[in-house]
Write a protein that binds this ligand. Structure first.
Ligand code: HSE
Length: 301
């Protein structure tokens, strides 16, 4: 049996639309055991979480990978374990499912796939690499999906910055959040984002954290998505008041993230919680740290 643990991810980080993402210490768990026959069973550890097989992305990714290797007849017991990553909130839950499914298939295929192949299949299924790459490799990853290849590199994210993660009680589907985006952008918008993205990568390296609030600004997706996320502007305003190191929409939203220096992380919650209670929708506030290891697994006989 293989036990697989995949981290949540946050994509874009402001200006890095569809290219930049990072892994967070919050996890979904999946296990799989081999069968001698060709029966495919899905078992939910928490039956209340069960969804139909036809929309189960773990199964879709598993079967997609088996098909690539012409091994679709392989049977298995797939165990859907603890899921801490909320769905449709911009924290990469679909990426965790896709990556878990491919790792599960890899076990059935006696580990025939390289990590690069896992990344390629995951990107084919997800459409863009910004969530799946950090889910696989951990840390912050910049990646590009061109001509059927994923080019990627790790950006070492400093461990003295924590993520204050605002998760609302409402969902926003990625497809709805992509539909509001324009088809074309003008040169000022492109220059705006290029300047921020370059600066973001560099100031994390040079530890010029004072530049971060500027470096996480974005003109490509956030202005179009903010109207879909009730109270987001108010939360961002409060983050600026508290002098966070910048705040942004996590992935396609609706979760929002503020960066905070580790040594000021505790006071942030005390300042924020009474304010959150005044908002119309319900928001939970979590503190997460960067995940450095990506997907991990253990095999037991
Ligand atoms: N880069 C993607 C987006 C992440 O912003 O739409 C969500 O899958």
């Amino acid at each position: 049996m293989i036990n697989i643990k995949v981290p949540a991810t946050s994509a874009n980080i402001g200006p890095g639309f569809d290219t930049l993402g990072l892994a967070l210490n919050m996890f979904n768990h999946v296990a799989l055991s081999k069968r001698a026959d060709s029966i495919k069973r899905i078992i939910w550890e928490t039956p209340d979480d069960a969804i139909d097989d036809s929309i189960n992305l773990v199964k879709t990714a598993l079967e997609y990978t088996l098909e690539k290797y012409n091994r679709s007849t392989l049977g298995y017991d797939l165990i859907m374990g603890q899921c801490d990553v909320p769905m449709s909130r911009g924290l990469g839950s679909s990426a965790t499912a896709i990556v878990a499914g491919i790792y599960a298939a890899n076990y059935l295929l006696d580990f025939a796939l390289s990590k690069e192949e896992i990344l390629l299949y995951a990107t084919e299924l997800e459409g863009h690499p910004d969530n799946v790459a950090p889910a696989i490799f951990g840390d912050m990853v910049i990646s590009s999906y061109t001509e059927g290849k994923v080019i990627h590199d790790r950006v070492i994210f400093p461990e003295d910055i924590v993520f204050k993660v605002f998760i609302p009680d409402f969902e926003l589907s990625t497809s709805a959040a992509r539909k509001v985006l324009p088809k074309t952008y003008n040169i000022q918008q492109c220059v705006f984002n290029m300047s921020r993205l370059g600066l973001l990568i560099n100031c994390l390296y040079t530890k010029r954290y004072d530049l971060l609030p500027f470096a996480v600004e974005d003109a490509v997706h956030q202005p179009y998505r903010l109207p879909l996320i009730q109270s987001a502007e108010l939360i961002f305003e409060k983050c600026r008041e508290i002098q966070s190191l910048g705040s942004f929409i996590s992935g396609a939203g609706p979760t929002l993230i503020a960066l905070m220096p580790l040594d000021h992380a505790d006071t942030f919650d005390k300042q924020f919680e009474p304010f959150l209670a005044t908002l119309e929708s319900k928001w939970s506030l979590k503190t997460l740290t960067i995940n450095k290891s990506g997907t991990t697994y253990s095999v037991e006989s």
